[in-house]
Design a protein around this ligand. Sequence first.
Ligand SMILES: [Zn+2]
Length: 378
Amino acid sequence: MAHVDQQLEIDAPGARELLDRDPNAILVDVRGADEWAGGYIPGATLVPLRELTERIADVVPDKTRPVVLYCAVGARSLRAAHALVELGYERPVSVAGGIVDWLNRGYPSTMERTLEPAQRERYSRHFLIPEVGELGQLKLLDSSILMIGAGGLGSPAALYLAAAGVGRLGIVDDDVVDESNLQRQVLHSTARLGEPKAQSAKRTLEELNPDVDVVTIQERITSENVDAILAEGWDVIVDGADNFPTRYLLNDAAVWHDIPIVHGSIFRFEGQATVFKPHEGPCYRCLFPQPPPPELAPSCAEGGVLGVLPGVIGSLQANEALKLALGIGDSLVGRLMLFDALSASFTEVAIRRDPDCPVCGDNPTITEYIDYVEFCAA
Ligand SMILES: [Zn+2]
């Protein structure tokens, strides 16, 4: 099998040389139509892998012609090459590394946007990962992520998302920088005491990466403004909220707007993270249908926390947000990840969508926003 694969694979320089040298060679893109729409190699014909056996005879009736197949990273096109051998084609080859490697070498494509030389340097470590590459980087630069809170969790999450080149970051925070924040909220500094956190975050993030458009929303999320805030085209929400009213309001809004939430929370030495993706997994209310009554709610405003803990959980949230924006990996949908800083251990709990959930269930009973009273005030 290995030697067959070797014969069926060609690297990008070899493919380019073959296409230049042999006018009979035909270039076939086996990706999906949506991937094709984002850019392709000039001269290619689109035949998605699913339609290959049906359509290849129309595109390449002569089975002796060299057929150069490519996809994103070379897996699907290798399967296509095997399929063409089965169909009696004499010279199919798959481009190893796919269009991702092709673009990384600076070979021609129809992609209208290409990265500036400075961006090529900045994101060069992303280009070395086939799952990201230039196409993934362009995806990140086109993505919009909404951060709820520029505090303990929002700080590391926003720093890593900005550094990674997420094109548009929304920061919702109505608070100002306080001395007691600086033990963990690494977006801010002593010089910024008293400054609105959203503004302080914008300055830090734009200094880190001028590619990022930081949109500040200096408001507290309420039933009045939540629809307007979420309607601004966000792909992912990173929830760093520290209170129940916001968490419930945001959950309900995200289900209705169909936007995944990367959830995180921290207390003392313990943190947790998960992804609430509407209709693919549970939402927050599937786990906790209603907030606790005020007399049982923890006094969250004064909850102590080890300074580094939000760094761990906020970084996990950034990891999930990047994967969702790129469409790669296995997300934390349906999995609650728990971290104990004292024992330095991660554990995982399976969580399921509740068909009786009052918001995302089959017969929802909550269909309007609810402003819960602020528990933490006392
Ligand atoms: Zn639910």
